[in-house]
Write a protein that binds this ligand. Structure first.
Ligand code: KE4
Length: 411
């Protein structure tokens, strides 16, 4: 397997180690093949908001598996999960399941282009929406506003219609609309960025995007693959009170099994085959085991007090880290939203990709290694998010803060 992994970010390449191979997880803990135990704050990059092997999820998957693993035909649980998503997201009348977040955003972008009959899309530097060719773009050289491929194997022609804006910078979006106004199908954004580390939207930023897109007849796509059901039952769009036209989901809605979804208003989703002409498909879309795991996760999650508990755990952790940073007088800061946060080795708090890049990744790497050696697993990259789960306890937070204190001091 290239790099010994099936996804690059697991390779520890960004933190100079060889990847840890996990043999099992339980609650807030994961155990590696050598028997080392870690308190896990990666949460499989977001899905495991209940923790590892949550009893309700394991029971649901076992029960589903005894009835078969896939039917190639619709089943009731697909309707149940769709209903739960539609209920939680007022901006969604209809939803289509996929098997990954990449498929969800790829399909959401295709849908916006089909619906508006326009070809250009706007994305933001530092936001990651999966690895569809035209979304693997980086800022073009100099004045060019369209993206250039950020990976070999993506022809220039595939990224010419992907325009790049700067996160939290409405003027950079207006500049693109001045040039390409009636050619832009959609703006796609992580309403809270988490793939450059956590970068919250500035006040008025999301509302500004809503106005710019609405005034120009283009669509607003919220990539809530991470924030959906993470920031609350209604995701970022509920928290910030801004309704997108299309929402992409993933991770938590599959409870750790392969899943993604995209949804929106009926008149937009009616474009999706077989109802409409826009083709989109998947052998294992709406897979019964993934549906069962997702349903078990969301049903548990919506029990009263859970988001309050997550928020409390995260607040204690984040405030504790900020105090340690202050006490040690080091150049570092924390960006956090609800139960996800990132420690950056830079000051002041990053607000976009350019300021995120000022972070000292060598210090992050040392910090990560010190935590790992002490049995704490943070994400093996500066540009990812730490996730709290309902399996974490106040005691975990206290013990983690002790380790963080020593690790920051060492750095
Ligand atoms: P997947 O295709 O990996 O299921 O989802 C792509 C995706 C889309 N949108 C957002 C906001 C995402 O964060 C992701 C995937 N996130 C990465 C890391 N944050 C997953 C980890 C990995 O690539 O292994």
């Amino acid at each position: 397997m290239p790099g010994g992994v099936n996804s690059p970010v697991r390779s520890f390449k960004a933190v100079s180690g060889t990847p840890v191979f996990i043999s099992r997880g339980k609650g807030q803990y994961i155990y590696d093949a050598d028997g080392n135990k870690y308190t896990d704050y990666m949460s499989s990059w977001g899905p495991l908001i209940l923790g590892h092997a949550a009893p309700a999820v394991v029971r649901a998957v076992k029960k589903a598996a005894e009835k078969g693993t896939s039917y190639g035909a619709p089943c009731e649980d697909e309707i149940e999960l769709a209903k739960l998503i539609v209920k939680a997201f007022p901006s969604i009348d209809m939803v289509r399941m996929t098997s990954s977040g990449t498929e969800a955003t790829m399909s959401g972008v295709r849908l916006a282009r089909a619906y508006t009959k326009r070809d250009y899309i706007v994305k933001f530097e530092g936001c990651y929406h999966g690895h569809a060719d035209y979304l693997l773009v980086q800022a073009g050289s100099g004045a060019t506003t369209f993206g250039t491929p950020s990976s070999p194997g993506v022809p220039e022609s595939f990224t010419e219609k992907t325009l790049l804006a700067n996160y939290n910078d409405l003027d950079s979006v207006r500049g693109l609309y001045d040039k390409y106004r009636d050619k832009i199908a959609a703006v796609i954004i992580e309403p809270v960025a988490a793939n450059m580390g956590v970068v919250p939207p500035a006040d008025g930023f999301l509302e500004g995007l809503r106005k710019i897109t609405r005034d120009s007849g283009s669509l607003l796509i919220f990539d809530e693959v991470i924030t959906g059901f993470r920031l609350g039952m209604g995701g970022a769009q509920h928290k910030y009170g801004v309704k997108p036209d299309i929402t992409c989901l993933g991770k938590i809605i599959g409870g750790g099994l392969p899943v993604g979804a995209f949804g929106g208003k009926k008149d937009i989703m009616s474009m999706v085959a077989p109802l409409g002409p826009m083709y989109q498909a998947g052998t294992l879309s709406g897979n019964p085991l993934a549906m069962a795991a997702g349903l078990a996760t969301l049903r548990k999650l919506k029990e009263p007090g859970n988001y309050k508990k997550l928020r409390g755990l995260s607040l204690n952790m984040v405030e504790g880290i900020k105090e340690i940073i202050k006490e040690l007088g080091i150049s570092a800061c924390v960006n956090s939203v609800e139960s996800m946060f990132t420690i950056f080795f830079t000051e002041p708090n990053p607000v976009d990709y350019r300021t995120v890049l000022k972070s000292d990744t060598k210090k992050y790497s040392k910090f990560f290694e010190n935590l790992l050696r002490a049995g704490i697993m943070f994400p093996p990259s500066q540009f990812e998010a730490v996730f709290l789960s309902l399996a974490h306890t106040d005691r975990d937070v206290d013990r983690t803060l002790d380790v963080v204190h020593k690790a920051l001091k060492a750095v």
